[in-house]
Design a protein. Structure first.
Length: 134
């Protein structure tokens, strides 16, 4: 039930964060004592786990069906943007701003690589990936 590489190294010991994952874990943070982890689960949905400075939330499903490793970025306190490639090759986006946005926002396209995201200021977020045309 546990991927042997999912954990947090704390001064010589590994803390078990649980879960069975189908992708590597990606991370972002919006400030001091904050860590957000994202990955794809065995059901191909996107999962989020959050450290608030004192405890882990446990893995929370954000839904969707993804074929790529997700990408996430924070451009300010309490704000995260996350995206990934769906089964139709399209890019999908969701954001956290105190609570997760509703449905996944379809951004379109047909992509053949996992996204990479960056934010250079308080909004907008730039997404980089390879499309079917290369």
């Amino acid at each position: 039930m546990l991927s042997p590489l999912v954990g947090r190294l704390i001064v010589g010991r590994l803390e078990d964060l649980g879960g069975i994952l189908e992708s590597e874990v990606i991370t972002t943070s919006w400030g001091v004592n904050d860590i957000s982890l994202f990955c794809i689960g065995t059901d191909s949905a996107l999962y989020w786990q959050h450290w608030d400075g004192s405890a882990w939330s446990g893995w929370i499903s954000l839904g969707g069906i993804f074929t790529s490793v997700p990408a996430a970025v924070s451009w300010g306190p309490g704000r995260i943007d996350v995206c990934g490639v769906g089964t139709d090759g399209g890019m999908y986006h969701k954001y956290y701003d105190g609570a997760w946005s509703g449905n996944w926002e379809a951004l379109g396209g047909i992509f053949i690589s996992a996204p990479t995201v960056v934010s250079v200021s308080a909004c907008p977020t730039s997404i980089f990936l390879e499309d079917e045309r290369n």
